[in-house]
Design a protein around this ligand. Structure first.
Ligand SMILES: [Zn+2]
Ligand SMILES: [Zn+2]
Length: 138
C-alpha cells in the first residue's frame, strides 16, 4: 500500500499516513452504529507518529463499553468523524476508513463488538469475529 491520504467532507481537515495500518477492523459497538448511520465503522490503526493531520478538530470524549476512555475527533465544520484514540492505548491513532481518498486501500482484518450488532447485521464469516474489544495491535 502506498501513502494514505484522506480528509473530511468539507476539506477543512486533511491527513496523510506514511505506512500501512497495523490492523483494520469493523466495529459494531453501539456508539459506532450511531456514527456510521446504522452500520459498523471501519477503523484503521496506525502508530500516532506516522499520521500527519492538517486542520482543526473537535474532540468528543466518552467511555467505551469496556471502560476505555475514548477521544473521538471530528471536523467542527462538516461533522465528519476522522480519528479516535483511547487513553489506555497511547501511541495508536485510529482513522475512520470512510475518510480515505481511495477506499480500495482498505482491507478489513476482523469484526469487533459483534455482541452489540443487530440481528440483521452482515458479519463476514471469512473474517475473525470478536464479541468485544480484542487486545491492542502490537
Ligand atoms: Zn470538514
Ligand atoms: Zn465501535
Amino acid at each position: 500500500m502506498g501513502k494514505i491520504h484522506g480528509g473530511c467532507l468539507c476539506g477543512a481537515v486533511r491527513y496523510t499516513a506514511g505506512v500501512s495500518p497495523m490492523v483494520t477492523r469493523a466495529c459494531w459497538c453501539n456508539l459506532c452504529q450511531s456514527l456510521a448511520s446504522g452500520n459498523a465503522t471501519i477503523n484503521m490503526a496506525f502508530p500516532v507518529e506516522e499520521v500527519v493531520v492538517d486542520g482543526q478538530l473537535k474532540d468528543y470524549q466518552s467511555t467505551a463499553d469496556d471502560g476505555n476512555k475514548m477521544h473521538r475527533r471530528f471536523c467542527p465544520e462538516c461533522g465528519v468523524h476522522l480519528f479516535s484514540e483511547a487513553e489506555e492505548r497511547p501511541g495508536i491513532i485510529v482513522i475512520r476508513a470512510g475518510t480515505l481518498d481511495d477506499a480500495e486501500q482498505v482491507v478489513v482484518d476482523g469484526i469487533i463488538w459483534t455482541a452489540e450488532a443487530p440481528s440483521w447485521a452482515y458479519l463476514d464469516p471469512g473474517l475473525p469475529h470478536f464479541e468485544g474489544q480484542p487486545p491492542a495491535p502490537r
